[in-house]
Design a protein around this ligand. Structure first.
Ligand SMILES: C[S@@+](CC[C@H](N)C(=O)[O-])C[C@H]1O[C@@H](n2cnc3c(N)ncnc32)[C@H](O)[C@@H]1O
Length: 224
């Protein structure tokens, strides 16, 4: 296999992202997000799209643009493109997607929400978590580059504002939940040191920095 860890396919940035299990604080943040997402999942089959190397424990199946990510998760998974989901209409009760819409060209994002609505049953839910842009993200990223914690910037399309995520979801869905998540500790979350995990309590108490937008949409009876 090629040593490359990312590529552009039809304009989408597909990649092998960070393995969160190697980053103690980040791993705990993902577990926190897993719990938040679980509260929003209806009973029934769940699909996670663009799962990278971490699929939600409640997901029954996953789909990923970078094929070798498929081998990194215990659940069934297949390689594919979220813009053309290889599943029948009404197949799932929930679709989860985290930190990936910013990897897709802006013009293709509504198509992904339409595809998601198509594979969901009426009353089914889409649960999205997306990074927000802003000065704090820019400063954190600049520091990560300077410290050698980040090697390449693959975020070529920039991140989506909370309003942009909500607009996309409210195309085919009714928005039923929205939250801002984050912390001033995001730089520490890239660390591989076990000591970083001790910062989780502080992370929990400092959720006032906009770093992610969490949005849940519910599919109405019929989709336009
Ligand atoms: C920043 S990573 C996030 C991975 C994971 N969701 C997480 O939160 O750790 C973005 C992921 O989206 C995937 N991706 C990008 N475009 C995609 C597409 N059109 N279809 C499926 N996966 C895609 C990439 O391969 C990559 O794994």
């Amino acid at each position: 296999m090629s040593e490359a860890t990312w590529d552009v396919q039809d304009g989408a940035i597909v990649e092998r992202p960070r393995n969160v299990r190697k980053h103690p604080l980040l791993h705990r943040i993902y577990e926190r997000h897993d719990a938040l997402i679980a509260e929003q999942l209806p009973v029934g089959r769940t699909l996670e799209i663009a799962f990278g190397q971490h699929m939600h424990p409640r997901a029954d199946v996953g789909l990923e643009g970078w094929p070798s990510n498929v081998d990194t998760v215990p659940q069934p998974a297949l390689a594919g493109d979220a813009r053309a989901l290889p599943f029948a209409d009404n197949s799932f009760a929930a679709v989860v997607g985290r930190r990936f819409l910013h990897h897709v060209p802006p013009a293709d994002r509504p198509e992904i929400l339409q595809e998601t609505a198509r594979v969901l049953r009426p009353g089914g839910r889409v649960v999205l978590l997306e990074g927000t842009p802003g000065l704090y993200r820019k400063l954190t990223k600049d520091a990560a580059f300077r410290l050698g914690l980040l090697e390449e910037d693959t975020d070529i399309y920039g991140h989506l504002s909370a309003d942009a995520v909500i607009d996309l979801v409210s195309g085919p869905f009714d928005v039923v939940e929205k939250q801002t998540l984050g912390s001033p500790l995001m730089l520490a979350s890239i660390s591989e040191s076990d000591a970083s995990a001790r910062l989780l309590d502080f992370y929990e108490r400092t959720q006032f920095v906009k770093w992610w937008t969490f949005v849940v949409g519910e599919r109405p009876e019929s989709v336009a």
